[in-house]
Design a binder for this molecule. Structure first.
Ligand SMILES: [Zn+2]
Length: 397
C-alpha cells in the first residue's frame, strides 16, 4: 500500500513521523551544501569531508525543525491539548492536535512558540559561530572573504543559524495554517469571539498571501527585480511553488474547519449502521468476491470462526487477485487478525472516524466496544450527512 510517512520514534510521548517529501528536502539541502556552498568557500576540503559535513549540517537542520515542532507541542500539552503525532515534511512540520485550542490566548502562545524557537536557535548559532576562533588576516571586511576563513564548525553554525532565522521568519508569514496565520487567527478570534469565523477570515488571508507569492514568483521568473527576493527563473519558480503549497494548505484547513463545525457534537453511534457482513473462515475468496458484487456497498467483511470474529478482509485486498487465486484461497488465509483492525468506539466523535477513514482511504470502519462489534460506520454516510448539513447552514463561509 502507498505509504507517505515513516515512524521514526517517540519523544515526550509524541510519535514522530517523517513525510516522504522530507527526504526530498534532506537530499536538496545536502546537495546544495556539498556542491554549492561548501566548495565555493572551501575548495581545499576533500570531497569526502565536504559531503560528510553537508550531511551533518542537514541532520542538524532536521533537529532544529523538530525543536520548532516540539515547542508548539509542549506548549499545547501544557495547556491540556493532546498531541499524538508530529509529521516532518517539506517545509517544516505539522503537529496533529486532538482538537482546536480552547482560547485565543492559548492559540497565540502555541503558535508563537515555534518561530520563537527557530529564531532563538538561529541567533544562538550565529553568536557561537562568531565567538569560535578563526585565523583572519588583518583588516578583512568583506563578509564573503570572512566566510572563507571560518572553521568547518563555525561555517556550519553560521549556515544553520541563517536557515533557522529564515524558517522562523517564513513561519511568521500570515498564511493560515502557518504559525503566522495562526497568530492572526488568534487575534481575529479574540476580536470576533468566534473561532470558525476567525478561521474563515484567516484562511482567506492565507489564500491572498499564497496568490501574492505566486504572482511575485511569476514576475521574478520573467525578469522583474524585487527587493530582498531578487529575480531569476529559479527563485521565481521556487516562490510559485511555495505559493501553490500555501494555497493548498489554506484551502484544506478551511475545509477541515467547515467539516469540524458541521460534525461537531455528532458521535459515531449517531451515524453508524447496526449489523455487518460476516463470512466463515473457510469460505473461499471467490465466494467473498461474488458476495461483494451482490451487496455493492460492502467493502469490509468480518471473518467468523466458531462464532467469534477473528479478523477482517477488505474488498481492496481481493480485487487484485485473479479468479484462480481467489478459488485457491479461503478467508482465513488472507484476513487481517482482529487485533490489528482499525476501529472506532460508539462514543468517539464522528470527526475522528472521518479523519481515520479519509487518511487511510477506507470506506468502512467497524464500531467496537467491550461487547464486541456493534456495526459499521461508513464514509458515504458521513459524506451524505455533511451534504445535508451544508444545505441547512448555507450562511457559513
Ligand atoms: Zn511552526
Amino acid at each position: 500500500m502507498w505509504k507517505s510517512s515513516w515512524y521514526i520514534g517517540k519523544l515526550f510521548g509524541i510519535s514522530l513521523y517523517l513525510h516522504m517529501s522530507w527526504f526530498l528536502i534532506f537530499f536538496l539541502v545536502t546537495l546544495d551544501l556539498a556542491l554549492g556552498v561548501f566548495p565555493s568557500l572551501h575548495p581545499e576540503w576533500s570531497a569526502l569531508f565536504t559531503w560528510v559535513l553537508a550531511g551533518v549540517a542537514a541532520i542538524l537542520f532536521f533537529v532544529s525543525i523538530l525543536a520548532h515542532e516540539l515547542a508548539h507541542s509542549l506548549v499545547a500539552k501544557k495547556k491540556g491539548i493532546a498531541i499524538d503525532r508530529i509529521t516532518l515534511f517539506l517545509f517544516g512540520g505539522v503537529a496533529n492536535m486532538e482538537h482546536e485550542p480552547p482560547t485565543p490566548r492559548t492559540e497565540f502562545f502555541m503558535a508563537a512558540a515555534g518561530p520563537l524557537t527557530s529564531l532563538v536557535i538561529g541567533v544562538v548559532c550565529l553568536l557561537f559561530a562568531g565567538y569560535l576562533p578563526g585565523t583572519f588576516p588583518a583588516g578583512v571586511q568583506d563578509p564573503l572573504i570572512v566566510l572563507q576563513f571560518l572553521s568547518p564548525l563555525a561555517l556550519t553554525l553560521m549556515w544553520l543559524g541563517t536557515v533557522n532565522i529564515f524558517v522562523g521568519i517564513f513561519n511568521l508569514v500570515p498564511g493560515f495554517p502557518l504559525d503566522g496565520g495562526r497568530i492572526v487567527r488568534s487575534f481575529l478570534w479574540a476580536l470576533t469571539g468566534n473561532i470558525q469565523r476567525a478561521t474563515v477570515y484567516a484562511s482567506w488571508l492565507g489564500r491572498g498571501v499564497a496568490i501574492s507569492f505566486m504572482a511575485i514568483g511569476f514576475l521574478m521568473a520573467v525578469g522583474f527585480v524585487f527587493p530582498v527576493l531578487g529575480t531569476g527563473i529559479f527563485s521565481g519558480l521556487w516562490l510559485i511553488f511555495i505559493g501553490w503549497f500555501l494555497y493548498v494548505i489554506a484551502r484544506a484547513s478551511y475545509r477541515d474547519t467547515v467539516i469540524d463545525s458541521l460534525l461537531s457534537g455528532l458521535r459515531v453511534e449517531d451515524v453508524m449502521r447496526a449489523g455487518y457482513v460476516s463470512v466463515g473462515a473457510q469460505v473461499s475468496v471467490q465466494e467473498l468476491y461474488e458476495l461483494h458484487l451482490k451487496h455493492n456497498q460492502t467493502e469490509l467483511f468480518m471473518v467468523l470462526e466458531k462464532g467469534e470474529t477473528v479478523g477482517c478482509i477488505r474488498y481492496q485486498d481481493i480485487v487484485g487477485m485473479d479468479t484462480k487465486e481467489r478459488q485457491k484461497h479461503v478467508a482465513a488465509d488472507i484476513m487481517k487478525p482482529i487485533e490489528h483492525v482499525e476501529r472506532v468506539a460508539p462514543g468517539d466523535r464522528v470527526v475522528t472516524a472521518y479523519r481515520k477513514l479519509s487518511q487511510r482511504q477506507l470506506q468502512q470502519l467497524p464500531v467496537v466496544d467491550t461487547r464486541g462489534i456493534l456495526g459499521m460506520i461508513q464514509l458515504s454516510d458521513i459524506v451524505h450527512w455533511l451534504h445535508q448539513e451544508k444545505r441547512s447552514v448555507r450562511s457559513f463561509g
